[in-house]
Write a protein that binds this ligand. Structure first.
Ligand code: BGC
Length: 501
């Protein structure tokens, strides 16, 4: 048996009071797990040095160059052109519908843009797991059904074709603003018959099947693009959009002369734009082995048990869908080694019993609880069913959670710093959104501090929380597309009347 039973409060270790002061009616048994240094030794590979982060930056840029060079087949980081080459200029106005599919919820929004003002009404619908993993047709029927309900409730059913922006937060190979084939599902989705199919056509077909809604899809976009656009609307230095939520991803403004796979591209107005937003799909960084030097046996375990083994390995070290599970497998392993919970590992061995929100709550224990009583941590462990919890265990669990979330923040920082160095403009705003960024207590500051260390030269940057990029951003992309179309029509008709004179 590897735990030590003691009958007296024990001393403070590593600055953390480990005496049994947990304020609970039932005091924790005074069984003390093995000392922190054994835990530290066991977990040392979860800390990433600056040297390793710089190596990640180099490898990621190399992967990105490969993605920009060729069409997507054999590259890990796909670097998908979005066909969004203009950011809002503030004159966008009108009524738009936005659909937002990217996680367990699906949203329908009605958005009115008027100068810098935006009015939004929306409704959230759940996407049941049976639909996420059923047939593609059933998934899109569900989307059309939710949309019809929303339009009915908001008296929009008779509105003449409202322009619609469709935020579809999965990797899509686009060959225009309104066409995109799903490359691969991520984040637990697996609906059949969608990979390789054009999702806009699937949406239109679902609407035709029910015949009572008439829509005009004017833009298909990734949530990162919506995030960038929503921030660019307020801050014209915004060049990067990042999501750290259920999944993770980034997009950025790339110069066309650095996108070899778009050589010779002209848009529908016959113009070659100077820049285009590239959806990096950085979640798949490492799928070709580039991250193997850093991945741990615990990352392997999380990947093995996921719905898409071998895919989106960087995402699996960072995002909300996996962070809790990653902490859980580490804790399970430590318990099995006798370093936690008096060697009892049954409760912590249940897959997915430790969601990412527990990591956030436990990390806030570290932040807020001056006395280090770890009440929340104790409560969480008790709720999971762990039986032999000591004060020392709580401190050690909190330590593991902070390692996992710090690692996630530092890995994301490497990605953002690499993009900032690549863009190399003096002032860049980075629009950020997603549940991990919004709700984890220390993630944003860890991210910010590490980016500052990793950028080179005199670049000034700022992280800006995006206000609902997936909704407002979709309306903005739709609005910009509509404005450009109208401007083109106006230009054509004045050219026509000039030629008649
Ligand atoms: C998807 C991206 C998306 C990101 C954040 C990833 O799993 O592949 O397209 O932007 O999640 O939602």
């Amino acid at each position: 048996m590897s735990s030590i039973v003691c009958h007296l409060p024990i001393d403070t270790q590593n600055g953390i009071a480990t005496d049994a002061r947990i304020k609970k009616q039932r005091p924790p048994p005074l069984v003390v797990s093995r000392p922190r240094d054994l835990i530290q030794e066991a977990c040392k590979h979860l800390s990433i040095s600056d040297h390793q982060l710089r190596r990640i930056m180099q490898l990621m840029e190399k992967s990105m160059e490969q993605g920009l060079a060729t069409s997507t087949k054999n590259v890990a980081v796909k670097m998908l052109p979005t066909f969004v080459d203009s950011v809002p200029n503030g004159t966008e106005k009108g009524d738009f519908l936005a659909l937002d599919l990217g996680g367990t919820n699906f949203r329908v929004l009605h958005i009115k843009l008027e100068g810098k003002e935006t009015k939004m009404t929306g409704k959230i619908f759940r996407v049941p797991e049976s639909i996420m993993r059923g047939t593609g047709e059933a998934l899109f029927d569900h989307i059309a059904d939710c949309m019809a309900k929303f339009m009915e409730e908001n008296n929009l059913k008779d509105a003449t074709k409202l322009p619609l922006g469709f935020t579809f937060s999965f990797p899509c190979e686009q060959d225009g603003l309104t066409k995109g084939k799903l490359v691969t599902w991520t984040k637990g989705f697996k609906a059949s018959g969608v990979e390789g199919a054009d999702v806009v056509t699937m949406l239109r077909d679902a609407c035709h099947r029910r015949k009572d809604i008439d829509i005009d899809v004017v833009a298909l976009l990734n949530d990162t693009v919506g995030t960038l656009m929503a921030c660019a609307f307020q801050e014209n230095t915004c060049q990067i959009g990042v999501i750290v939520g259920t999944g993770t991803n980034a997009c950025y403004m790339e110069r066309l002369d650095r996108i070899p796979k778009l050589a010779g591209y002209v848009d529908e107005h016959g113009v070659t734009p100077e820049e285009m937003i590239i959806n990096t799909e950085w979640g798949a960084f490492g799928d070709d082995g580039a991250l193997d030097f850093l991945r741990t046996k615990w990352d392997d375990a999380v990947d093995r048990e996921s719905i898409n083994p071998g895919q989106h390995l960087y995402e699996k070290m960072i995002s909300g869908m996996y962070m809790g599970e990653c902490a859980r497998v580490v804790l399970e392993d430590l318990a099995k080694q006798g370093l936690l919970f008096g060697g009892h590992s049954d409760a912590i061995s249940v897959p997915h019993c430790f969601p990412t929100k527990f990591v956030s709550e436990i990390d806030s224990d570290l932040l807020e609880d001056d006395d280090r009583t770890f009440q929340k941590t104790y409560q969480i462990l008790e709720d999971i069913g762990v039986e032999m919890i000591t004060a020392n265990d709580c401190a050690n669990v909190a330590y593991v959670c902070s390692l996992i979330s710090t690692r996630a923040a530092h890995l994301t920082a490497a990605g953002i710093a690499m993009l900032l160095n690549r863009i190399n403009k003096p002032h860049v705003t980075v629009g950020v959104d997603g549940s991990v960024y919004r709700f984890h207590p220390t993630y944003p500051s860890l991210l910010d501090a590490k980016i500052a260390e990793l950028i080179v030269g005199d670049i000034e940057y700022k992280l800006m929380l995006s206000e609902d990029g997936s909704g407002r951003g979709a309306a903005l992309v739709a609005a910009v597309a509509t404005r450009l179309k109208e401007e083109k029509l106006a230009a054509m008709s004045s050219a026509l009347s000039a030629s008649k004179q």
